[in-house]
Design a protein around this ligand. Sequence first.
Ligand SMILES: [Zn+2]
Ligand SMILES: [Zn+2]
Length: 262
Amino acid sequence: MIRRGLERVSATLAGLAGPLLAPLLLDDARCPGCGGVAPRQPRQDVGLCADCRQALAPQEAAACSGCGQPLCTDEAAPQAAAPLCPACQDSPRPWGRLVCWGEYDGRLRELVLGYKFEARLGLGRQLQECLAAAFESAAARHPELAGCELVVPVPLHPARLLRRGFNQSRELARLLARRRGLPIRQEALLRVRRTKPQMELDRSARAENIRGAFAADAGLLAGRTALLVDDIMTTGSTLEECSRMMLAAGAAQVHVLVLCRA
Ligand SMILES: [Zn+2]
Ligand SMILES: [Zn+2]
């Protein structure tokens, strides 16, 4: 009797809940990547359409540990601990290993630009997942990455931070830092001089433009292994300058994690 009563109550609740929940579970939603209609997926917090999901698939090819460029097998012995492309063999990078998720191109480029400049923050979680996955996949193959003790985002100048409202590198690193239990230490690296946007400059002008733009905190870095995080690497001038300052401040090692390389 009681059981039948309970069944009736639960049937009534289901009858009520169905129409209330249906719009949440079944309706099409807008893809936060491209604005197209994407079928809503109740178990995923980000409803990307199939095209955007495809664009965010990881780059699997063996890559140069200096710049992240995919390597042909004849360029570097696959058993080498840190295979380098010819350019990085000629002029070594100051960091230990660079990890990157994919190429700054096509849909991934649109997603990053949408996140960074139009503040489509719904994309942030998806890009955070990409960054975290890139690191975890690399750390599984390269145990030295597990030695990272703190995360240092490439800083924006305070004026630019004020205009944009957020430092995309710091935001992108949050999920990885939380999962790994690593502190994010923005204070370890500060931007002390304003610079022209690097996009407007060629390679040598970039290095000149960025020189002296950062100050690193020895108190936070001395003797420690740091993971320097940025969203996009172009020539790497900014990351090189940051790494040099951190090493000069006594960091034992700097590894670099970027979402994509242009
Ligand atoms: Zn889409
Ligand atoms: Zn390289």
